[in-house]
Design a protein around this ligand. Sequence first.
Ligand SMILES: NC(=O)c1ccc[n+]([C@@H]2O[C@H](COP(=O)([O-])OP(=O)(O)OC[C@H]3O[C@@H](n4cnc5c(N)ncnc54)[C@H](OP(=O)(O)O)[C@@H]3O)[C@@H](O)[C@H]2O)c1
Length: 305
Amino acid sequence: MKTIYMTGKQTGWMRLLCAALFSLATLAAQAAEKIIITGASGGFATETIEALLARGVKPADLILVTRTPEKTPELQQLAAKGAAVRKGDFNDPASLPAAFAGGNRILVISTSGGGDRVAQHTNAFVAAKKAGVRQALYTSYVNADDPTPLSRDHKLTEEALKQSGLQYTILRNEIYADRMVEEGARAIAAGELASSSPDRHGAPFVRKDGAAAAAAILTTAGHENLTYDITGPELVSDRDFAAILTEITGKPVKVIVRPVNPAFGSPKEGHVSGVIEQLTGKKPTSVRELLTANKDKLLSGAPPR
Ligand SMILES: NC(=O)c1ccc[n+]([C@@H]2O[C@H](COP(=O)([O-])OP(=O)(O)OC[C@H]3O[C@@H](n4cnc5c(N)ncnc54)[C@H](OP(=O)(O)O)[C@@H]3O)[C@@H](O)[C@H]2O)c1
């Protein structure tokens, strides 16, 4: 039998080749993974789906679960391209096994339709585990540790996810900056901005940027059993918000103090995590950039609530 001897240099090349083949195999395996998105007709879901497609995920590798598959034309268009669009409602656990069948990773979007949210989210985790899903992402809240009803639901959901047996990745989302366009238009029309904590700083993020971060997690490895704070790129108080509105539009906006909403409480001072840029390689949009890009809307009068 002929023995093959390799020099140190050749062994190095072989190692490199094996590593490259292994990486390719891993990528191929990951590419073939099926990603479930719940609440697929909602805003965060829609933007995550767009970001996944932009990252090269094939529609055929998407399982899009919604309570209203027939009522959403965008989902029907994705179905025509090969995505599985299925009916699933967290209030109806019996609907979930068929909805989640064949999925490897799942993005569980926190619900907004009322009812017991902790029970709804827990139903989703239990069904995902039974369906053989490996990893679950959940859209939590950056202030989930606060003693408010909103935070409590997210905190209890996080605990249910950690106990589910699924690998978890928790997205502790800051407040969406998107709402500041409508809020800004109202403030400009009224000449005043009502705030319960005008000098508290938060780091709101544009929802599309947060969705891009979720898509990055859903398509790469190394995020198992981690919690990420998803924030915008800078701290902004409501007083800053009013000043930016005036700067962009030339219209005066006075800040007036209103009582605290007990559902939200008085959140602690925010922080900038840098996670969106780490995950996507792109600096997230700032509040000033968002508002500047929407100057016409800011000046078009108060939108209806
Ligand atoms: N960070 C923030 O500032 C902020 C602001 C608002 C809301 N949120 C939270 O973040 C979530 C996503 O935000 P978004 O902008 O995408 O909200 P959205 O457009 O209002 O979407 C609401 C989502 O809730 C889903 N849903 C409601 N009831 C459900 C149920 N019984 N079973 C399964 N899914 C259910 C809907 O799914 P289908 O209709 O497709 O079934 C939809 O995806 C919200 O639902 C809310 O929990 C965060």
